[in-house]
Design a binder for this molecule. Structure first.
Ligand code: Z5A
Length: 211
């Protein structure tokens, strides 16, 4: 197995600017000749994208928290085996828009699912695959919601209360504080250029270069 590639994940609350940052990071990696695989959760495989459509469908009003948690992990189990493990095994760099931290934040913090249950699902579904490095875009909930409001119809999770998203943010921040070697918290309230600059400064050492 090549040891060249790294598994980087991107996390944050609603409207934090992950998609905007991904485009900039992709250009940065490509500019350094790195074969970057971009993928996302839920999704990233045919099964995962179908699961994503169900998870985000506002018509799925009766979905219980347990089903939501299991569907997130069903998508993840497939992504790990079909995409992530094979790519990392041949030394590719992988940048994933959300991974297991999102389940602790949304299904744990937001929905109140027990952390032990999520940890046991992680152990089973992720087959030991952990992110090497995680960028957390941190933004006050009201600011993120104001940004997201400009995007049109809200999905099934975006319609949740401010309290839900405050709990999501609190879990993300707690996880970042608990694992400072893996996480870099970026102030997502800055301009897109400043967010990208901070993200590049954070990932550059992984590539063995300066920003
Ligand atoms: N979910 C879950 O519950 N459990 C799990 O385990 C996983 C996921 C994996 C889909 O995720 C949902 O799944 C998500 C969590 C849940 N639900 N929610 N809410 P997603 O990542 O696909 O969806 P999202 O969180 O809603 O992200 P997004 O829609 O892709 O937003 P974003 O990428 O963070 O933001 P953006 O599209 O880049 O920017 C939003 C707007 O702000 C846009 O108009 C930008 O132009 C603007 N923007 C971006 N950056 C800036 C800055 N720096 N300044 C000013 N304006 C900016």
């Amino acid at each position: 197995m090549s040891e060249a590639g790294r598994f980087i994940t991107l996390e944050g609350g609603e409207g934090a600017g992950k998609s905007t940052l991904l485009a900039g990071l992709r250009a940065y990696f490509e500019g350094r000749g790195i074969d970057l695989l971009l993928t996302r959760e839920p999704g990233g495989t045919a099964l995962g994208e179908s699961t994503r459509a169900i998870l985000l469908d506002p018509a799925q009003r009766t979905m219980c928290a347990e089903s939501e948690l299991l569907l997130m992990f069903a998508s993840r189990a497939q992504l790990v085996r079909e995409v992530l493990q094979p790519a990392l095994a041949v030394g590719r760099w992988v940048l994933c828009d959300r991974y297991v931290d999102a389940s602790y934040a949304y299904q744990g913090g937001g929905r109140g699912q027990p952390v032990e249950r999520i940890a046991s699902l992680e152990q089973w579904a992720c087959a030991g695959l952990k992110a090497d490095f995680t960028l957390l875009l941190d933004l006050p909930v009201a600011d993120g919601r104001a940004r997201a409001a400009g995007r049109g119809k809200a999905d099934r999770i975006e319609v949740e209360s401010d309290g839900f998203f405050e709990r999501v943010r609190a879990v993300y921040r707690a996880r970042a504080a608990a694992e400072p070697q893996r996480f870099r918290v970026i102030d997502a309230g800055q301009s897109p250029e400043a967010v990208l600059r901070d993200a590049i400064t954070a990932v550059a050492p992984l590539l063995g270069t300066m920003a």
